[in-house]
Design a protein around this ligand. Structure first.
Ligand SMILES: Nc1ncnc2c1ncn2[C@@H]1O[C@H](COP(=O)(O)OP(=O)(O)O)[C@@H](O)[C@H]1O
Ligand SMILES: [Mg+2]
Length: 211
């Protein structure tokens, strides 16, 4: 399958780097909204097998109530709408602690983080972390890249990405016009910020329509 081929190179990279490290290997997957980070991350973890776990930056979205207080509900997903410090703290624990570490998930229906959704066990050697701003360089995000052993940037054409985003927004309850407005508005603004960070990645994965 074509999508399987996309993870061949990341798989080699991860396997090369893992044996030497005393700490857990942290693999970062960055990319714009809808680029396919979660999909690639899931596939990579599946291929790595037992001992690998996926953690998403999405678990650090601020709560809806907090976004409303901040007047940022309509920009959910922008760099300042995440608990960056909490995310950095989690990455440091994942990297340096030999203990079991709990990580949050994200519910796309309620659009709220889900505390403790993921357990990273003591014998987990590789953590694949995926999210928009792993390579962002201000607002506290600059502390993320130094905690990654290797970073990958998922690059995909804008039209494909937009179509996927609109489909996803509709699947999780937005009307057609709302889905397009969100994809072309806040998502697009975030995509521009994310794309500006691609040069910091160790590897860029160029993915076509079928992956
Ligand atoms: N290579 C691919 N080919 C076809 N559809 C894909 C591919 N990668 C992702 N998708 C679909 O596109 C949407 C966005 O992918 P996702 O992995 O959630 O992106 P991200 O995590 O970067 O926002 C999802 O609905 C997913 O099923
Ligand atoms: Mg995702």
């Amino acid at each position: 399958m074509v999508l399987q081929a996309c993870v061949s190179r990341p798989l080699e990279v991860v396997e090369e780097r893992t044996p030497e490290s005393a700490h857990r290997t942290i693999v970062g997957i960055a990319g714009s909204p809808g680029a396919g980070k979660t999909t690639i991350g899931e596939l990579l973890v599946e291929r790595l097998g037992a001992g690998a776990q996926l953690v998403s930056m999405d678990g650090f979205h601020l709560a809806q109530t907090r976004l409303v207080e901040l007047g940022r509900r309509d920009r959910m997903g922008a760099p300042d709408t995440f608990d960056v410090a909490g995310f950095v703290e989690l990455l440091a624990s994942l990297r340096f602690s030999a203990e079991s570490v709990a990580a949050p998930g994200f519910d796309r229906v309620t659009e709220e983080a889900v505390p403790g959704a993921v357990r990273v066990a003591p014998d987990t050697r590789v953590v694949v972390v995926e999210g928009n701003y792993l390579l962002h360089d201000d607002g506290g995000w600059e502390a993320v890249a130094p905690l990654l052993d290797v970073s990958l940037f998922v690059a995909v054409g804008r039209e494909i990405r937009l179509a996927r985003l609109v489909e996803r927004h509709e699947r999780f309850g937005k009307s057609g016009p709302d889905a397009r407005a969100w994809a072309l508005g806040p998502d697009e603004a975030n995509a521009r910020l994310v794309e500006a960070t691609s040069s910091r990645a160790d590897y860029i994965l160029h993915l076509g329509p079928l992956g």
